[in-house]
Design a protein around this ligand. Structure first.
Ligand SMILES: [Zn+2]
Length: 251
């Protein structure tokens, strides 16, 4: 059984097709992660409609660019997360982004939102799903101040130094279809031990012009198994066990 632990399932135009295709290659669970303020409600809705979808809620770091009033709406999102704490399996996608968000004046707002999300994860005893692009040092400096059950670094492609810190701290790393072309993602796979690897599509993000879907993690598994020099069967079982440790609520 494969599990896509990071997908923006609410963004697909024809979600039934995406789910059927995923099931046809053995993907049996999909974690749909939060992004915008508006996405939170939609994620809860689709998780009620489709058994395969498990919700995670949180504000994405790029939201500061799209929504000028995100801070004003933060309390309502926090309320929604608290109210749904039994239904959600993680707080995410949260973090900092200093790569796609170039406007430095937005960084303090982004940090305040992230701090709020980390406090919430600590309060609700939920794992976090992190975006760290271009802000790896700050994120890694912040994390030890919070008591969070487990940390998932999504699509890690940052400096080697922090990859090593993450490995030492026992964080989990989720691998995207970018493994087929990205040297940084390949390096993550080679460095992280098999007990800390997970699979994700980050769909509908595009890979080489193709819309990302949960079904693609079947190929991600194949490539990772080649790099780790273990059979796909053994790796599939190992990743299943890893996923149970970090996201127990989806089982
Ligand atoms: Zn994402």
């Amino acid at each position: 059984m494969l599990i896509d632990i990071h997908c923006h399932a609410n963004l697909y135009l024809v979600i039934d097709e995406v789910i059927n295709e995923a099931k046809s290659v053995g993907v049996q669970k999909i974690i749909s992660v939060g992004m915008s303020v508006l996405s939170q409600k939609r994620i809860l809705e689709i998780s009620n409609i489709y058994d395969i979808i498990y919700p995670a809620l949180g504000i994405h770091p790029e939201e500061v660019k799209m929504n000028k009033d995100v801070e004003g709406q933060l309390d309502s999102v926090v309320d929604m997360i608290r109210k749904n704490k039994e239904n959600i399996c993680a707080v995410g996608e949260i973090g900092l982004d200093h790569h796609f968000v170039k406007e430095k004046e937005l960084y303090p707002i982004q940090k305040r939102i992230f701090e709020k999300m980390l406090s919430l994860a600590q309060e609700l005893e939920l794992p976090v799903n992190l975006h760290t692009k271009g802000a790896e040092k700050i994120v890694f400096d912040m994390l030890p101040s919070y008591k969070i059950p487990n940390v998932n670094l999504h699509w890690y492609s940052g400096p080697e130094k922090f990859l090593n810190v993450g490995i030492d701290r026992g964080y989990f790393f989720s691998i995207t279809p970018a493994i087929s072309y990205s040297p940084a993602v390949k390096n993550t796979v080679l460095k992280v031990d098999k007990q800390h690897l997970l699979l994700e599509s980050d769909g509908p993000v595009k890979y080489s012009g193709k819309i990302g879907t949960p079904a693609m993690i079947r190929d991600v598994l194949k490539i990772v198994s080649k790099y780790k020099e273990i059979s796909t069967e053994e790796l599939e079982n190992q990743i299943y066990e890893n996923t149970k440790i970090i996201f127990p609520k989806i089982f």
